[in-house]
Ligand binder design. Structure first.
Ligand code: HEC
Length: 392
């Protein structure tokens, strides 16, 4: 209880700071007010439950308090103001909402507590969706995540405070539902989190590797980042935390389920276990097996296999070390290892267009560069670039 009131007090200065105005979301004052109200209702619910002799554990109260602080950090200035200009900051908000605040709220179960604050006649007997399988929650969250990142919808949301609030509300609500359902339906919940890690990671990867910016709202970039660099940062912000946090939680759920199963039955290795454990592990490994080649083709319009075959034709291997090309271990020029992971090639940002232009006409891009013009054709340039982008 004391924790809750302390959080409410901490949130009040945010209301005062709210006058600078965020450009796109609902007014910060309204957001702060809603948060303080929610915290007060929750605190009231805790007291009502305690009066009836039912305690809300300290862990749950702390989770609720930290969730409230995370929500304030995500939805109020300064982050909210920066998010109007920078896609990466906006993505930071989404990560805080869906991967930090949402699991905390699933843990704190604030709805059960808040409902206790309502007069008895208003209380629903069961929460909507409580009986639905976790797969429904995972599908709903996937729908919200992908729909709101489609460029037309995204740009609409950023142009209207109401739609923007709806965007955050649907992302958040489906995320809380997913986390809550996953934590209660253990083996299936772990699968749902694995699946979410895969598709959210894929969306992050698409953003990171896209050759041009997707969203009109962020065309200008900002804070020293170009629109494309901002988008790459946003993609990585989504890719890495989504992958690691969701996979980590899924493994923890599986471990808990194992321990439970061990206590119940001595024999573990039934076919059911094999399917439930081996499948997620396979999906976990799947991204590591070659997703690089299709991505490289998408980026360049070239064919990595043909590119590798074309390299000896031009003699690149006489100057460069190139993994996967026989005899290419020279050190006249820089090694082309892990080329896909570089931020810069030949002094320019590592975009497909820049790389292809460099391979075809190094002397035009940087007069007096020691790398000679080799008369690389347009198609060979694309193919070779495609091959180089499979090097990670
Ligand atoms: C005569 C030697 C030579 C040959 C042949 C050559 N390069 Fe280079 N390459 C260089 C040197 C030297 C550099 C560094 C030049 C610079 O930064 O101005 C370089 C730079 C590069 C870079 C940028 C690397 C980085 O880390 O920034 C790429 C990519 C590249 N070469 C690809 C190729 C490809 C593909 C071929 C064959 C079509 C090729 N090179 C043939 C000497 C060569």
């Amino acid at each position: 209880m004391r924790v809750i009131v302390a959080v409410a007090l901490l949130l009040t200065p945010a209301t005062a700071a709210a006058h600078d105005g965020a450009a796109t979301g609902p007014p910060p004052a309204a957001t702060a007010l809603a948060l303080v109200l929610a915290v007060l209702v929750y605190a009231h619910g805790v007291r009502r439950l305690q009066a009836r002799g039912r305690t809300v554990g300290a862990g749950r109260q702390v989770a609720a308090a930290v969730a409230a602080l995370t929500l304030a950090g995500a939805l109020l200035p300064p982050l909210d103001r920066v998010a109007a200009a920078l896609l990466s900051a906006h993505m930071g908000q989404h990560v805080l909402l869906t991967l930090v605040a949402a699991p905390l709220l699933a843990l704190a179960q604030p709805l059960n507590v808040a409902l206790a604050a309502l007069p008895r006649a208003w209380r629903p007997r069961r929460l909507p969706g409580a009986r639905l399988p976790v797969a429904a929650a995972a599908l709903a969250h996937a729908g919200a995540l992908w729909a709101w990142h489609l460029p037309p919808l995204y740009d609409l949301a950023l142009a209207s405070p109401l739609l923007h609030a709806l965007e955050h509300a649907t992302l958040m609500a489906t995320a809380v539902w997913l986390w809550w359902a996953a934590s209660r339906q253990r083996p299936a919940g772990a699968l749902a989190l694995f699946a979410t890690a895969l598709h959210a990671g894929a969306l992050g990867a698409l953003l990171t590797l896209a050759p041009r910016p997707w969203f009109a709202a962020h065309q200008a970039g900002g804070a020293g980042l170009s629109a494309l660099e901002d988008q790459q940062l946003a993609g990585i912000l989504m890719w890495v935390p989504a992958g690691t946090l969701l996979t980590g939680f899924a493994l923890a759920l599986l471990a808990a389920w194992f321990r439970q199963a061990e206590r119940r039955t001595p024999s573990l290795m039934g076919p059911r276990t094999l399917v439930l454990v081996v499948l997620p592990l396979l999906t976990l490994l799947a991204p590591g097996c070659n997703r690089a080649a299709p991505t490289a083709t998408l980026m360049t319009g070239g064919d990595p296999g043909r590119g590798r075959a074309a390299i000896p034709k031009y003699g690149c291997q006489t100057c460069h070390t190139i993994p996967g090309v026989i005899g290419a271990d020279a050190s006249v020029g820089p090694p082309l290892t892990k080329l896909a992971m570089r931020a810069f090639v030949a002094g320019q940002s590592n975009t497909p267009d820049n790389l292809i232009a460099w391979i075809r006409h190094p002397q035009q891009r940087r007069p007096a560069s020691p790398m000679p013009e080799m008369g690389v054709t347009e198609q060979d340039g694309r193919d070779i670039a495609a091959y180089l982008y499979t090097l990670r």
